[in-house]
Ligand binder design. Structure first.
Ligand code: 3HC
Ligand code: NAI
Length: 700
């Protein structure tokens, strides 16, 4: 079987692609389609069908080829060959027709798809725009507004929706080949014309006035400082202003600009990072996984409730254990309120809500957990309490139940030591809100078995999370790196900045939220309690957290108490700067002998981000993360790091480790050794002119 195969069935020519895993348009596929279409022009077939073997229709250009020199034929040439065919070509779609794959389908004269299929142009998620005619053909078929929506948000639509949008001609409910053959026969019987999308003219009078500017403004806010979304608007606009071929030229120029941008490099890096993160280094090939068909959760607070929803959403029944009946009711009520919000937003039907709620059962007795396959503990962050619970679980759960903890910082081995089955104990660190955030940090204890680790990593897919494997240390990957980031935010505050200045500087740089607003959201008491358990040496310089401590001691716990670094409107939860906070900061600075000074925004950004990168390098050296790209996945999916900067380690590579090292040295000269000793790995790589990425490649 070759990559592109051709057979004539009666008077219909069937072109089959076979390029696993996703039938990407690699060089061989492009060559194959191009050759087959050319040869088929003179054979006995009257109509051609293009379809794919395997799980999916063409899922797009081969992303790995974007960083290599281009090989002929270009996708645009293949597409022109299809569109110029002297006999109709039908795309027969199953799975997903994405990016270049959907552009191939759009160049076909007709499109049919299984009802279960999806189509879309997700290039924007890679910092790109459709570069093979998508921006010119979709508005011709679906209209300008739908084209702008589809291409700027990048989310695929179902075949049924696509048919409503005029992007699919026929939806097939059973066998794709048979359905496509009948469709072809109909076309032959009706002597159907060669319908070329390029020949459709857009009715410019029907375009809503000001739509392009409206989209530009909207995307400036939603996709802050990103190139591709703005260029997509320009391309769709060009489709309404220019002849087709000139529109294509404009699209190609802007595609190339995006392809060469740092933003696209970062987003493509993340695409592969996310997939690599699932792979467990050193996993014996014969490792089996355990089935997880039922789950117990201990603690139905902020995290427990959200975790329960993640499982119920995946149709897995949950037993939620709380201390007493009122606490159960409170927990279930909170979950119900969350589901109600989803129904209000149209993300869930009432029936789906009722079904999910029926899967969550509140309990108070450990004996009810005897048969569950997995338990996730999410009670207060207290080692003694967690150990008591794990001992209870050990006594009550069947052999083979995986016992996990959602702890943010505690030692997994110490928790596992409270059981007689440390091989079955693991950390499953979800992020708040747990039903929304995509990251799942899987924390391996020193005795966690490979089977348990592999099961946890696989489970993530079932509950639609992105897993990253971390080693056991204080804070694992994410929170360990957050500590120096938070430290620098506190130091900038006492040295002269305001909460609003810090948050605005970090948000303008691209962080989803600034550190002070995040602290208010999480609750200032969380860090406070953690610091109470620390020795003087662990706490470090008293000026670091004196402001945070003072706020908590005044009852300012963040959003939950209505005041923290900001004051919150009780109805809208909107934040306002609070002059009282400035007084507290100034008083603390005075008490600590700090003379406040104006701090430039770029100093804030550099201190926070470089402190984080330096800790990331230490994490790599300590073997806590398997690879630098895993750290990037943690930060983008768990901490709101801007995806178009690729994550902290990719960002460091992109600006050059020598520059990072120089900046760390400058910060050390300014602020001292204690916080700013460059990580030895970073020093070594900077001096050798290397990157974290090529260091990681050498390790694997
Ligand atoms: N190019 C190269 N490799 C690809 C690929 C692509 N377009 N899409 C997927 N892969 C690889 C993945 O890296 C992975 O490799 P691995 O097994 O070595 O880790 C393997 O295929 C399977 O992928 P997933 O794990 O993602 O499989 P799923 O079944 O979960 O998802 C999918 C399948 C929905 C097709 C998903 O892979 C996907 O969204 N792919 C990318 C689609 C896309 O962005 N297309 C646009 C590309 S840009 C373009 O076409 C430009 C054009 O306009 C010119
Ligand atoms: P929370 O205070 O909102 O909820 C804790 C729940 O545990 C409460 O409902 C309480 O009644 C219940 N509980 C206490 N003792 C119990 C016991 N013996 N048996 C059964 N239930 C008991 O706490 P939150 O924020 O949900 O945190 C839980 C865990 O998750 C902690 O370890 C925390 O570090 C971790 N975590 C928290 C995150 C956050 O953003 N809040 C993020 C990631 C992890």
């Amino acid at each position: 079987m070759s990559i592109v195969n051709y057979e004539v069935i009666g008077d219909i020519g069937v072109i089959r692609l076979n390029n696993p895993p996703v039938n990407a348009l690699s060089n061989g596929v492009r060559e194959g389609i191009w050759g087959v279409i050319k040869n088929a022009q003179n054979d006995a077939s009257k109509v051609l069908i293009l379809l794919c073997d395997g799980d999916t229709f063409i899922a797009g250009a081969d992303i790995t080829e974007f960083s290599k020199p281009p090989q002929p034929p270009a996708l645009s040439e293949v597409i022109a060959e299809i569109e110029n065919s002297n006999k109709p070509v039908i795309a027969a779609i199953h799975g997903t027709a994405l990016g270049g794959g959907f552009e191939v389908a759009l160049a076909c004269h007709y499109r049919c798809a299984l009802a279960s299929a999806k189509v879309g142009l997700p290039e924007v998620k890679l910092g790109l725009l459709p570069g093979a005619g998508g921006t010119q053909r979709v508005p011709r078929l679906a209209g300008v507004t739908s084209a702008l929506e589809l291409i700027t948000n990048g989310t695929p639509v179902t075949a049924i929706k696509a048919a409503e949008m005029n992007l699919i001609d026929q939806v097939i409910n059973d066998d794709l080949l048979n359905g496509a053959l009948s469709f072809a026969r109909e076309l032959i019987d009706h002597n159907a014309p060669l319908r070329r999308v390029r020949d459709i003219s857009i009715d410019t009078t029907s375009i809503p006035k000001g739509i392009f500017d409206d989209f530009r403004k909207r995307l400036e806010i939603e996709a802050h400082s990103q190139l591709a979304p703005q260029h997509i608007v320009s391309c769709v606009e060009a489709a309404t202003l220019l002849p087709f071929d000139e529109g294509l030229t404009k699209e190609l120029d802007l595609f190339i600009e995006c392809l060469l941008s740092d933003q696209s490099a970062a987003l493509r890096h993340l695409f592969f990072a996310e997939r690599k993160a699932k792979k467990i280094q050193g996993l014996p090939k014969d490792t089996s996984t355990r089935e997880i068909n039922s789950v117990g959760i201990i603690g139905g607070g902020t995290m427990g409730g959200g975790i329960a929803m993640s499982f119920a959403n995946a149709n897995i029944p949950v037993k939620l254990l709380e201390i007493n009946q009122p606490s159960i009711e409170k927990a279930i009520k909170a979950v119900e309120n969350n589901y109600n919000l989803s129904v209000q937003k149209g993300k869930l039907t009432v029936e789906q809500k009722i079904h999910c709620l029926s899967l969550i059962k509140g309990i108070t007795d450990y004996s009810e957990l005897a048969e569950v396959d997995l338990v996730i503990e999410a009670v207060f962050e207290n080692m003694e309490l967690k150990q008591e619970i794990f001992s209870e679980l050990d006594q009550n759960c069947k052999p083979g139940t995986i016992l996990s903890t959602n702890t943010s910082f505690q030692d997994i081995d110490q928790i596992a030591a409270a059981t007689n089955r440390p091989q079955d104990v693991i950390g499953l660190h979800f992020f708040s809100p747990a039903n929304v955030m995509k990251l799942l940090e899987v924390v391996r204890g020193s005795k966690s078995s490979y089977q348990v680790i592999a099961t946890a990593m696989q489970l993530a897919k079932t509950i639609k999370k992105i897993p990253v494997l971390a080693g056991n240390c204080y804070g694992f990957i994410g929170n360990r790196m957050l500590l120096p980031y938070a430290r620098e935010a506190q130091l900038c505050l006492i040295e002269g900045a305001t909460p609003d200045q810090i948050d605005t500087a970090m948000q303008s740089w691209g962080m989803a939220m600034g550190p002070m607003a995040v602290a208010d959201l999480a609750g200032l008491d969380v860090g406070y309690k953690a610091r109470q358990g620390m020795s003087k040496a662990q706490k470090g310089d008293p000026k670091t957290f004196c402001i945070a401590d003072a706020l908590v001691e005044m009852g300012r716990l963040g959003q939950k108490s209505g005041t923290g670094y900001y004051r919150y409107d009780p109805d809208t939860r909107k934040r306002k700067n609070d002059p009282e906070v400035l007084e507290i900061i100034e008083a603390q600075a005075k008490a600590q002998g700090v003379v406040r000074r104006p701090i430039p925004n770029d100093e804030i950004v550099n201190r926070l981000i470089f402190a984080m990168i330096n800790e990331g390098a230490k994490i790599l050296e300590d073997g806590i993360a398997q690879r630098p790209s895993d750290i990037d996945v943690v930060y983008v999916y768990g901490y709101g790091f801007p995806a178009h900067r690729g994550g902290p380690m990719h960002y460091a590579d992109s600006i050059g480790l020598a520059k990072v090292y120089d900046s760390l040295c400058a910060l050390r000269n300014q602020h001292g050794e204690e916080n700013w000793t460059p990580a030895p790995l970073l020093v070594r790589l900077a001096l050798e002119g290397r990157t974290f990425t090529n260091w990681a490649n050498d390790q694997s």
